[in-house]
Design a protein around this ligand. Structure first.
Ligand SMILES: [Zn+2]
Length: 287
């Protein structure tokens, strides 16, 4: 459970790469920027962890030393909505990601559940639920108890992952936590986050379905987003007034409900926009 609202980037910021920073240097560099969360990107992984255990453990150690909250974004090659073989392979990929997450003592393994394809939605939900239950069982058997499985709300209408679907999965599967991608919600529902009350409603729905603890400790992604009638098109920096959603509205709701979310910036300016959001929340806390 996060002790306070925390902010950090999705992946290593480009300026850190320019400094030739090693992975283990990232927590200290984030701390120097006043950030306190980091989502490691394991998005191209297959059936086995594509990092050495020692490297993961070192990252975990440095994160703890610098008070940086870790999560891991799992493989894009996970799809729990396909045929049997696809689902089996996806289970292995998610387990590999959770294994590395456990090594680094990350709190959540985030993943995209999959695409509907031609399968009816109710069947897709059933398959996905079943697969996730099996993953949860496997994690238990492997002794991976501290990593939450985090299905993410998705931004395209072709993708499994409406708020309703994600909350339903989390209601039914142990060791899960919803990952609320606000840009995805906004894009999927045709720009639905326009007022503070729109954010308040979502927070209310999550609380009703999963309880106060779950909503207080939300794991979130945030960026501004451009969308079409099919949903998400591309991410934009916070500065761009033409696009939503507006983080200051979420900041208001965070203060109002005394939430302690982890907010991962997926803006093209990863860490710089994380800093901006942190400052917007600080301002809100003072007012
Ligand atoms: Zn994602």
């Amino acid at each position: 459970m996060a002790d306070r609202p925390r902010f950090g980037p999705a992946g290593v910021p480009p300026t850190f790469h320019m400094l030739k920073a090693r992975l283990e240097d990232v927590p200290k560099l984030l701390r120097n920027e006043g950030l306190d969360a980091f989502e490691y990107q394991a998005v191209r992984w297959g059936a086995k962890p594509q990092m050495k255990r020692g490297e993961a453990e070192k990252l975990g150690l440095k994160a703890a030393e610098n008070d940086v909250w870790l999560s891991l974004h799992g493989s894009y090659f996970i799809n729990f909505c396909g045929g049997k073989e696809v689902i089996e392979a996806s289970k292995q990929r998610l387990i590999a990601c959770a294994t590395a997450a456990e090594w680094m003592k990350a709190h959540t393994v985030v993943f995209h559940p999959g695409f509907y394809g031609k399968t009816p939605r109710t069947e897709v939900f059933k398959n996905c639920l079943e697969a996730l239950k099996e993953v949860a069982e496997s994690l238990k058997a492997l002794g991976i108890r501290n990593v939450k499985i985090g299905p993410e709300t998705m931004g395209k209408s072709s993708q499994f992952g409406s708020l309703e679907e994600i909350l339903s999965l989390c209601e039914e599967v142990e060791q899960t936590q919803p990952v609320i991608d606000w840009a995805h919600l906004h894009a999927r529902e045709n720009g639905c986050l326009k007022t503070v009350d729109d954010f308040r409603k979502i927070v209310g729905i999550i609380e009703n379905r999963l309880g106060t603890e779950a909503v207080k400790n939300m794991h979130c992604h945030f960026t501004k987003v451009e969308f079409t009638e099919k949903g998400e098109k591309c991410h934009h920096v916070l500065e761009e007034a033409a696009y939503g959603p507006d983080f200051s509205m979420l900041a208001k709701v965070i203060v109002e409900f005394d939430l302690k979310p982890v907010i991962i910036s997926e803006s093209p300016m990863l860490d710089l926009d994380a800093i901006k959001m942190r400052d917007m929340l600080k301002k809100q806390l003072k007012s």
